[in-house]
Design a protein around this ligand. Structure first.
Ligand code: ATP
Length: 249
């Protein structure tokens, strides 16, 4: 297996005649935290849509562990291991936190196809995954609380946990700290840093302090293209980035 979990080559996306992404080459290293930054309209969300299959690439290719997935459906990409953490709306508010995670862990199991005796075993496996994720989320004290009754910060951590529970190859996080207070931001930073030890994490973030603090690599985008890429310190000191963007993000 190569060191690169996810790769794009010359990736382009068009909305009508408008090029929202053009010639984007990305290499996301396995077990790393890679952030995508750029001013409004840079194409960050479109990139995530293209990686998850929500929008089609108009040019170029996408590879997951060396396998070309450019033409696979969004459902197939979930099965192949691309997990995107969605907003709080994807949680089941009337189920306990642990139950949400159990369901997320079961997500990839074709339940109906299992023999009845296998179902009990699969359920136990899913609960074990849920408990492992709860530990890593540092949410054990509230694991039996209904998801709808958790604080905003806890719900955002649970969203990340839902992606983890599916045992993905790559986790995409879309502004995981948006709308959070200082304490919750700190907890999320620690979670993402911890995740990067044994997961491949790609995340969009507007808060530069967080980006510089927890990223192994940073890609700066502008007008649908990659502008600069490198480790945080290098990107921060890049005159082009400083001139054009840092005041703007
Ligand atoms: P933000 O930080 O504001 O979320 P972004 O970097 O995520 O911005 P995108 O949302 O990917 O940027 O948008 C890139 C460009 O594509 C923008 O100019 C936007 O107006 C345009 N765009 C996005 N979605 C569509 C769409 N469905 N149809 C047409 N144009 C779109």
């Amino acid at each position: 297996m190569t060191d690169i979990a996810l790769q794009t080559r010359g990736l382009g996306v068009k909305y009508g005649n408008f090029h929202a992404l053009a010639e984007v080459d990305l290499q996301i290293r396995r077990n790393s935290v890679h952030s995508i930054i750029g001013p409004n309209g840079a194409g960050k969300t479109t990139l995530f849509h293209a990686l998850t299959g929500r929008v089609r690439a108009s040019s170029g290719r996408i590879e997951l562990d060396g396998r070309d997935i450019t033409d696979t459906s969004d459902d197939d990409r979930v099965r192949l291991g691309i997990a995107r953490s969605f907003q709080v709306t994807s949680l089941f508010p009337n189920l306990a936190l642990r139950e949400n995670l159990r369901l997320a862990a079961q997500g990839r199991t074709p339940w109906q196809a299992l023999a009845p005796w296998r179902r009990a075993e699969a359920n136990a496996e899913a609960l074990a995954i849920a408990d492992e994720v709860i530990e890593r989320l540092a949410l054990a004290p509230v694991s039996n609380r209904l998801a709808g009754e958790l604080s905003h910060g806890q719900q955002r951590r649970l969203e990340v946990g839902m992606a983890m529970a599916a045992r993905p190859r790559v986790i995409l996080l879309d502004e995981p700290t948006s709308g959070m207070g200082i304490d919750d931001i700190e907890a999320m930073k620690q979670l993402i840093r911890d995740l990067g030890r044994d997961h491949t994490v790609l995340f969009i973030e507007h808060n530069m302090g967080i980006v510089m603090n927890i990223s192994d690599m940073v890609t700066v985008m502008r007008l649908g293209r990659k502008l600069v890429e490198g480790p945080p310190a290098q990107v921060r000191d890049d005159p082009e980035v400083q001139r054009a963007y840092l005041g703007n993000m």
